[in-house]
Design a protein around this ligand. Structure first.
Ligand code: PLP
Length: 498
């Protein structure tokens, strides 16, 4: 690494001051990914000695980089490279805050910051619908009716299990599906994320192992880690998890839970084959563990794949099924439900009670009426059409514009497309170039619980929050940037493997 600093050439008799030249050179190295996040820079004294310049010049250049967020200082330790990818995303978005829910989606990507999306941003990063699609008028009608009908009761504590009429109406929604369950097994939750939290609270102890797909949903990774669980990654093949690795982990570590997203997975969009669905259920029975089935979008099946939920095949009662409404409805309502095996209903009910006593009574009552008035079916059809159109436009544009050095599969549904990039492709540079053109997306590495495998290089494109009219131009530009980077010989320029 020292060699990289030694090669910095500063011109002593240039019009530009030395500190400014040094600042620009270091900035270039950060943006090109030559200096990786958290890499320590030489001390002021060493840098001055390496370049044969005054220490004040180095201090001034470091200070400017620090002020602009390119580096940070650790007191008593030195100066370190900041994560430039985060910086470029922030820079592209200096308009008003538009989509706070984006935060919830990509926890690691956002890194505790607040993303502000500009009106013109072409957003392939968020898998959450935009507020213009929310059925506000019909929701206003049911809210008013509930207030007239139930008066103060709408604001009292609810049964922790869930408002009984809502459990009924939710089960009506699934009467023509493959799922069969009794109302006693339904637990209303404040969103799927809470479902994951309740299960962790009820079943996991500090240091327990849990198996997840790799890559997987960032919110689940963050949650299991926050509970002190040790995550065992199982690689996803195109038809589901690698069964040998899954069994090896089950045998060696005896985890309590396998966390799965078997249909239109986040982030890969992939789905389990029927063989793998059955095999995973058998393995859970053999090694005595529970399976979480996170169903966040299985109903967005655009090509008639007809995947059967694991829960519908669950003859051993091993599956805790979680249904999120956030991708079809309004994520801010915080509503979802679980179908819980009878052996776990009491434990999960206790976990729910100690977490928030119950999901908002007013919202549960309003949603119940929304379903009973037939608004849900109408709204689902509306969203399905919009998402399907976006799916088709995005896949079509990719087919037309993507160079053969990149790959993607049509998942057949869901909200995400997973693009494969060649080994060593500089993804951070692509993030920056795209942000400069007002295009954002999620780099694949954020979906891994540890470091992403060195040989895999991916990005996730979501089409939930991108307006149909922007798709063609956005994909065309993104592919142009990808093709251009692919054709510059980055392997000769010592780009790190990102
Ligand atoms: C796979 C997956 N599960 C769960 C969630 C969280 O859903 P909810 O809003 O219902 O908590 C998300 C949100 O993006 C998700 O992608």
């Amino acid at each position: 690494m020292l060699e990289a600093f030694k090669s910095i050439a500063l011109k002593k008799n240039s019009d530009s001051p030395l500190y400014s030249q040094l600042y620009n050179k270091l900035k270039e190295m950060l943006e090109a990914g030559i200096l990786l996040p958290d890499m320590k820079l030489p001390s002021v004294r060493s840098m001055a000695a390496i370049l044969g310049i005054n220490q004040i010049t180095v201090v001034t250049a470091f200070k400017q980089l620090e002020n602009e967020g390119y580096v940070y200082k650790k007191p008593g330790s030195g100066t370190y490279a900041a994560d430039v990818m985060m910086k470029t995303v922030e820079r592209a978005e200096d308009g008003p805050l538009q989509d706070e829910l984006y935060l919830q989606d990509d926890l690691a990507f956002i890194n505790n910051g607040i993303i502000k999306l500009d009106q013109n941003t072409i957003n392939f990063a968020s898998a959450t619908p935009t507020p213009d699609l929310f059925p506000v008028d019909n929701f206003k009608i049911v809210l008013n009716e509930v207030l007239e009908r139930d008066k103060g009761n709408a604001f009292s504590y609810q049964d922790s299990h869930g408002y009984y009429p809502l459990r009924e109406s939710v089960s009506m929604l699934f009467k023509n599906s493959d799922l069969e369950f009794s109302l006693d097994n339904i637990q209303i939750i404040s969103g799927a994320q809470q479902g994951l939290d309740l299960i962790s609270k009820a079943l996991l102890r500090q240091g327990d192992h849990i198996i997840t797909e790799s890559p997987t949903y960032t919110g689940a990774i963050a949650l299991f880690k926050s509970r002190g669980a040790r995550i065992l990654d199982v690689q996803m093949d195109t038809d589901g998890p690698d069964l040998d690795i899954l069994e090896l982990n089950l045998k060696q570590h005896r985890p309590r839970i396998i966390y799965t997203i078997p249909s239109f997975q986040n982030p890969t969009g992939g789905s389990y084959s029927m063989e793998k669905r059955l095999a995973v259920l058998e393995l859970a029975q053999l090694y005595n563990c529970y399976i979480i089935e996170d169903d966040y979008v299985s109903d967005l099946d655009f090509e008639g794949r007809g995947y059967k939920p694991l829960k519908a095949l669950d003859k051993y009662n091993r599956v805790i099924f979680i249904k999120s409404f956030s991708k079809i409805f309004m994520p801010g309502l915080r509503l979802g439900f679980m179908i819980v095996p009878s052996a776990l209903t009491e434990n999960l009910l206790t976990a729910k009670h100690i977490t928030d006593i119950s999901t908002s009574g007013l919202i549960q009552r309003a949603f119940d009426l929304y379903i009973r008035k037939g608004y849900w079916d109408k709204h689902f059809n509306f969203m399905y059409k919009i998402y399907k159109e976006r799916y088709e436009k995005t896949t079509e544009a990719l087919t037309q514009n993507l160079d053969s050095s990149f790959s993607f599969n049509r998942p057949g549904g869901g909200l995400n497309l997973w693009l494969g990039l060649p080994y060593g492709f500089p993804v951070n540079t692509l993030v920056k170039h795209a942000a400069d053109h007002n295009i954002v997306f999620a780099p694949g590495r954020i979906f891994y619980s540890g470091s992403a495998p060195q040989t895999l290089n991916n990005i996730r494109l979501s089409f939930a929050a991108v307006y149909t009219g922007q798709i063609e131009a956005g994909i065309e530009k993104l592919c142009f940037l990808m093709n251009r980077l692919q054709n510059t010989d980055y392997t000769q320029r010592n780009f790190p493997i990102l």
